[in-house]
Design a protein around this ligand. Structure first.
Ligand code: RFL
Ligand code: PHB
Length: 390
């Protein structure tokens, strides 16, 4: 089989790239390790920058998000028993974020792809990129008991942090940067109305807590936990008691609790691999970089990578220019590093660190106090949260 762009991974990065290419008349095939149902079962991101939302529109997959998504004009910071609003719209000239789950983004993109007739191969085992340092790369994989070969012009590695694309690059050609945080997030989904109209990010001596949502009837809540925790040790009652202890009293009292429909623990990590291009293999999204979820940037960075990568591929095929592809890695990484900085800063500002000590806590408190008291500080936070320009 032959295509122009072979895409590894059917997450948001791969699906978005695939749709933009299909709409531009550039042939592509998505090859995914797990089943479509498995991809749709993963509960992940919830906050879209306006630029990400605009890319879903551009890919013809934005209609349901515009109908059912919740535009948010601000969020609250909670500490010392009080809540303080960060007026995103007021601080950024009217910009909003869109609260709409990654599961729904993925579903909308999959439906759009199915309608446009482009091919996706699910449950492909042993996907392996070959010869991307030459002019004729290909992928091999196993599907339905047979080994298949997909010849292509380019391979897009959109296969997430644990994928095969980054690992196929010779060690000497890639440099990685990493910070692992000494805690994780224990998250639940429950079919109860969210405690507030907007998200609440809480700093508390017992650890960070986040009140988010998926809809007006479905809440998404997180608490910072240690890395050796297991969800077995967290029956719903314990979770609800813990999150309420970390919130201002009036907020805790207003919280509606109920049985969780999902519960999981995610470790927190910052990671960047450089560069993003190795001949005809191009990395995008979590395959190339990870941020801790505190700044809500992971999915949004996948989208901004795809913005630059799609523009580069379109120029290659339609304008016979490789300028965009040559600039891809540098442009994408410049934006990635700013989101890495912001996510690291939000994580440092809001979590309890085991080795923080009295000095660290005083500095953290001063940072929060400065944010509450300074419009300039809040503006810097707000412009990063709604998303830096592409
Ligand atoms: P994905 O979504 O991981 O998709 C990669 C796909 O590649 C497949 N794959 C392979 N396919 C073929 N062969 C192989 N060898 C393969 N190996 C892997 C996988 O099965 C998968 O389908 O990467 P992508 O597309 O780059 O998208 C990135 C986002 O998923 C991720 O950054 C976000 O979920 C991060 N994130 C958040 N991002 C935000 O922008 N806003 C948020 O509010 C937000 N909250 C979160 C998050 C991530 C979380 N977790 C669980 C890590 C909250 C959490 C708790
Ligand atoms: C979520 O709703 O899952 C969510 C929201 C904001 C974050 C991280 C996760 O910063």
């Amino acid at each position: 089989m032959r295509t122009q762009v072979a895409i590894i991974g059917s997450g948001p990065a791969g699906l978005l790239l695939g749709q933009l290419l299909t709409d531009a008349g550039i042939d592509n095939v998505i090859v995914e390790r797990v089943s479509q149902a498995y991809v749709l079962g993963r509960i992940r991101a919830g906050v879209l920058e306006d630029g990400t939302a605009a890319m879903l529109d551009e890919a013809g997959a934005g209609a349901r998000m515009r109908r059912e998504g919740l535009p948010h004009a601000g969020f609250d910071l909670a500490f010392d028993g009080r809540r303080h609003r960060v007026d995103l719209a007021g601080l950024t000239g009217g910009r909003h974020v869109m609260v709409y789950g990654q599961t729904e983004v993925t579903r909308d993109l999959m439906e759009r792809r199915a309608a446009s007739g482009a091919l996706s191969v699910y449950e492909a085992a042993n996907v392996t990129p070959h010869d991307f340092d030459g002019a004729r790369p290909c992928l091999t994989y196993e599907h339905d008991g047979a080994t298949r070969r997909l010849d292509c012009d380019f391979i897009a590695g959109c296969d997430g942090y644990h994928g095969v694309a980054r690992r196929s690059v010779p060690a000497g050609a890639i440099e990685t940067f990493e910070r692992v945080y000494p805690f994780g997030w224990l998250g639940i989904v429950a079919d109860v109305p969210p405690v507030g109209d907007e998200l609440i990010y809480a700093n508390h001596p017992r650890g960070f807590a986040l009140c988010s949502m998926r809809s007006l009837t479905r809440s998404r809540y997180y608490v910072q936990c240690s890395l050796d925790e297991s969800t077995d040790a967290w029956p719903d009652d314990r979770f609800w008691d813990e999150i309420r202890r970390r919130l201002p009293a009036a907020t805790a009292e207003a919280m509606t609790t109920g049985p969780s429909v999902e519960k999981s623990i995610a470790p927190l990590r910052s990671f960047v691999a450089e560069p993003l291009r190795f001949g005809r293999l191009l990395l995008a999204g979590d395959a190339a970089h990870i941020v801790p979820p505190t700044g809500a940037k992971g999915l949004n960075l996948a989208a901004s990578d795809i913005r630059y990568l799609f523009d580069g591929l379109r120029e290659h095929y339609h304008e016979r220019s490789d300028a965009g592809l040559d600039a891809y890695s540098g442009k994408a990484l410049a934006r990635v590093w700013k989101a890495e900085r912001f996510s690291w800063w939000m994580t440092n500002t809001l979590h309890r660190f085991p080795d923080q000590g009295g000095f660290g806590q005083k500095i953290q408190h001063a940072e929060l106090d400065y944010l509450v008291g300074s419009r300039a500080a809040r503006t810097a936070m707000a412009e990063n949260y709604v998303g830096l320009p592409y």
